[in-house]
Every structure is written in C-alpha cells, then in structure tokens.
Design a protein around this ligand. Structure first.
Ligand SMILES: Cc1cc2nc3c(=O)[nH]c(=O)nc-3n(C[C@H](O)[C@H](O)[C@H](O)COP(=O)(O)OP(=O)(O)OC[C@H]3O[C@@H](n4cnc5c(N)ncnc54)[C@H](O)[C@@H]3O)c2cc1C
Length: 365
C-alpha cells in the first residue's frame, strides 16, 4: 500500500547551518509526507528559517544544552520525539555517530535499522548498495517503524525548496505541544514565504550511564569539503609517489575533497582520515577521480557507487579500468596538470603554478 502521508523524523547531529547531507535527509523526508526534526540543542532563528524552507512542522530539542554525554541524550530525545509524533520512519546521516544513535534507537523503539540507504520509496522500501557496490538490494523493515541512515549524495536536491508548510503537514503535526517544562514552547515567527517550525523542548530524564566528553578540539580547516559528503573526490594511491600536489590542484579546481588508497596512507603520505575503501571511508560522490590507484576490491568497496568514475593510471591493465566510466592511460604527473589547465582555461583563469593547499605529507605536498 502506498502512503503519501508518512510522518518522518529527521535526526540532525548539530545545530549549525544545514549541510548538504542534512538537506538530503529533509528532502527525502518531504517526499514521504510530514517532516519533524530532532536537534541536539536549542535551534537559533537562522536554523529555524532554514528548516521552514523544508516545510518542517516541529523541531524537537532538549531542555538546556547538548550536555557532555555521548549518544544517549540524542537517543532519548529522538525516542521521545518519535513516540510523540508517531513517526513511521526516522532518517539519520550516514556518519559513525549517527549509526551509533540509530542502533540504540532501534532497540528502544523495537524498530528495524537499515544503514547506508541510497533511496527510500513511499512504501518505505529501501535501496542499498552492498558487497563492494556489486549488488543492489531492496529491503523493508518488518517492524512498524523504520530507522534508516542515508548515504551522503544519494538524494538529488531540487533547485528550489518548498516555500510554505503544506496543509497535510500542518494537519499531521501534534496538536498538543505542551512540554515537560511549562512555558518551554515557542511558536515560530511568521517568515515571508515560509512558516517557522514550532519548537518543542523535552525535559529528559535519562539515567543510562554513558561516556562523557572531556574535551573538544576543532579540526584545522582544509578549505575543502568533508570527504564523506563531497560531490567530487580526487583520490591518490601509491602511483602518486607521495606527491599529492597535482591532485590538490585538481581537487581545488573542481571544488572537491582529497581521498587516498590504503597504500598511500600506510606509506604515511596522507592521514588515515583520507582513506577510502573497505577499512576506510565509504564515499558516493558525483565524480570520483582515481589517480595512481590500481583498483583493488578493498578500494572499490569504498567508491564503487560514485556517479562517474574517472581513472588515471599508467598501466592499461589496471583493474580500476574495469569500473571506470572514463579511463586515461598515462602518467598522472602529466595528465592532472593538463586537466587543471583546461579547467582554468574554460573559466578564463590564468595558470597559477605552485598554488597549493597541502593535505598530503609527501615530498611534493
Ligand atoms: C583487509 C584489507 C583491507 C583493506 N582495505 C583497504 C581500503 O580500505 N582501501 C584501500 O585502498 N585498500 C585497502 N586494502 C589494500 C588493497 O588490497 C590494495 O593493496 C591497495 O588498495 C593498493 O593501493 P594502490 O592502488 O594505491 O597501490 P598499488 O596496488 O601499488 O597500485 C598503484 C597503481 O599506481 C599506478 N601508477 C604508478 N605510477 C603511476 C603514475 N605516475 N601515474 C599513473 N599511475 C601510476 C600503477 O600502475 C598501479 O596501478 C585492504 C587490504 C586488506 C587485506
């Protein structure tokens, strides 16, 4: 039976501005029906305005700040919001943190959990890419509630976002938003073209022991998109010889992130956070440029679902060409600068030799 009024609950990991992966969850939720959102701390007006553009009916937040405990407060809050909204599907990002929350939520709500979903239809049948991208499976939870983590770059974003909260969303939203803390409800201000969601705060009594956060340190900004969410990934392997400079030039010309094979990571040329593959990150960008990587099955496991795969390898027998949409047999040190030169010429830019923001540790980076 096809339902167009499924209530979906999107569990966001932060209260900063929406990232692309968050928007994908919200767009996916919007295709199912009414959308409610869980955030780990009180949302500010800017976030509420962004959520209004996605026709979010209610934002569920904890009383007070995010606290210093890992995972369990987010689980308690999402469980409370799921019960209150009657959500049939909970959508989370494909991050390790979100998968941790999803697993615990599955136990609390007695709900089936599907990870790394790339599509979800109106009947809550999920599509997954499995076995190193070699098979596509379709599966459905047998429980009344489904919890799904969604792989980044799986959902196309429309050029525009809905301007108004649809009538069925308003009708589906909980009538009573009285909270555990009297007076904690805020009614969103009217915005031109979009109505801010209501904010529902929850007083949570979660006594489950959990790890405490004892310190936080910001990663130095690379100026490039996060690997797991990037639309373009330029990845290098042993064939780089440790010089990621040409790859960085191409990544910057394309607005992409830098990835690596395990051989490059093991050689100490780049940090382990860049590793793509079975024991590294799984990425699903629109474009994956594989440079000096042979294409072992363990590497494929992390990138085979990319929209378009371009491989640069000097060995025409390299296995990576079996999965490449476009293969270039050649030395990456010659091919990549030419590609960057063409891209810049197309944009009318001057060549800027030596312009690099280093992410690698190799001799040339
Ligand atoms: C349990 C397990 C887990 C693993 N997990 C991962 C993982 O997560 N990710 C991963 O990547 N690997 C993983 N591996 C390792 C994997 O099997 C391969 O060994 C690894 O991917 C090889 O890396 P590479 O392609 O960079 O190196 P190589 O296999 O040595 O290939 C280098 C390639 O560069 C080409 N080349 C050389 N010079 C140039 C040049 N100048 N220009 C163009 N091309 C050039 C060569 O022709 C060659 O094809 C795992 C292995 C095991 C056993």
């Amino acid at each position: 039976m096809t339902s167009t009024t499924t209530t979906a609950l999107v569990v966001l990991g932060g209260t900063d501005r929406l990232r692309r992966a968050d928007r994908e969850l919200l767009v996916l939720a919007g295709t199912l029906g009414a959308t409610h959102v869980v955030v780990p701390a009180a949302p500010d007006d800017a976030l509420l305005d962004e959520l209004a553009a996605h026709a979010v009916a209610t934002v569920h937040a904890p009383e007070g700040g995010p606290g210093d405990r890992l995972t369990t407060p987010a689980v308690a809050l999402a469980a409370a919001a799921a019960r209150e909204t009657g959500a049939r599907v909970l959508l989370l990002a494909g991050t390790p943190e979100a998968k941790d929350v999803a697993a615990r939520l599955g136990v609390r709500l007695e709900a089936g959990v599907l990870t790394d979903v790339v599509a979800l239809d109106a009947d809550l049948v999920a599509t997954k890419s499995v076995l190193a991208g070699g098979w596509t499976t379709r599966c459905r939870a047998t429980s009344p509630v489904l919890i799904a983590t969604v792989r980044p770059n799986s959902v196309e974003l429309p050029a525009d976002v809905p301007a108004d909260v649809p009538a069925d969303v308003a009708a589906d939203a909980p009538a009573d938003v009285t909270t555990g803390a009297p007076g904690a409800e805020q009614t969103g201000a009217e915005q031109p073209g979009a109505r801010r969601p209501r904010v529902r705060t929850h007083a949570l009594e979660d006594t489950v022991p959990a790890a405490r956060v004892v310190g936080r340190a910001e990663l130095p900004a690379s100026g490039r998109p996060a690997l797991g969410e990037a639309r373009v990934v330029v990845a290098g392997g042993r064939g780089t010889g440790g010089d990621f400079g040409p790859l960085e030039e191409l990544a910057d010309a394309l607005g992409g992130a830098i990835g690596a094979s395990r051989a490059a990571v093991d050689a100490g040329w780049i940090g382990p956070e860049a590793q793509v593959g079975q024991t590294g990150r799984t990425v699903s960008p629109q474009l994956y440029v594989s440079c000096g990587i042979s294409g072992a099955v363990q590497q494929r496991a992390g990138m085979q679902t990319a929209g378009t795969i371009v491989a640069v390898n000097k060995d025409e027998q390299a296995p990576v060409f079996e999965i490449a949409d476009l293969g270039i047999v050649g030395d990456l040190r010659k091919v990549l600068p030419q590609a960057v030169g063409h891209l810049r010429a197309l944009r009318g830019e001057q060549a800027q030799p030596g312009r690099r923001r280093s992410s690698g540790r190799g001799p040339g980076s």
